[in-house]
Design a binder for this molecule. Structure first.
Ligand code: FES
Ligand code: FES
Length: 227
């Protein structure tokens, strides 16, 4: 039911601020909004709160796909990527995956779901595996990133890469860079005591080709060689 006058609207018809932010997102409920407005109306508090809410709303609107700001914030970022120092200026909204693939042309890390669900984008940051599609590049200032391109030493494959080849641990290969990065960390973490444990600790990396049995064999093989 729509509203008029002093009535607050139902959730479906809740007002949107000029920058597209649903006010319910800020206030939680119509009652909270009403109380809040009464408290600040006609006081200097509105001067202090207004700009902050405006900024907050702008950020949420941008995140939700609203119009882009006139100029995106850029900040300097220093990383060590595959052993090389990299200094770039980045849009503060860019993900680590997009920075690697689009700006630095390290396309080994794959974009599968872009939602943290498939693991195709797995890279190692300071030795820890992360989904790079879910992580803003700027938060990794000063950290060390290893992608699939950084595992081999020249022509010599990393032992986990070699094990994937030996055990036929891939078919189309799309998930493979993420599987291998994840497997390197899985072995280092010591989560390789049984097939079940490997499956559990590799469960963030999906393989649409269903190469799972061979992936487990490859990880066991690499771990058995003291990788
Ligand atoms: Fe990052 Fe799927 S692309 S988890
Ligand atoms: Fe094709 Fe895993 S080898 S998705």
């Amino acid at each position: 039911m729509s509203s008029s006058g002093d009535e607050l609207p139902d959730d479906e018809t809740a007002p949107r601020s000029s920058n597209g932010l649903d006010e319910i997102l800020i206030f939680g409920s119509p009652e909270t909004r009403r109380r809040f407005l009464k408290q600040v109306a006609g006081t200097s508090a509105v001067i202090a709160v207004g700009p902050r809410l405006g900024l907050f709303a702008q950020k949420i609107s941008e995140t939700a796909g609203g119009s882009a700001p006139a100029s995106a914030a850029k900040l300097p970022l220093r990383l060590k990527i595959n052993g090389k120092d990299v200094a770039v200026e980045v849009d503060t909204r860019i993900t680590l995956l997009d920075l690697l693939r689009e700006d630095l042309h390290l396309t080994g890390s794959k974009k599968g779901c872009d939602h943290g669900q498939c693991g195709a984008c797995t890279v190692l940051v300071d030795g820890r595996r992360i989904n790079s599609c879910l992580s803003l590049a700027i938060v990794h200032d000063g950290e060390e990133v290893t992608t699939i391109e950084g595992l081999a030493k020249g022509e010599q494959l990393h032992p986990v890469q070699a094990a994937f080849v030996e055990h036929d641990g891939f078919q189309c290969g799309y998930c493979t860079p993420g599987q291998i990065c994840s497997a390197v960390a899985c072995i280092k973490e010591g989560h390789v005591k049984s097939d079940d444990e490997i499956r559990e600790w590799m469960s963030g990396n999906l393989c649409r080709c269903g190469a799972y049995p061979n992936i487990v064999d490859a990880i066991k093989g690499a771990a058995g060689k003291g990788t």
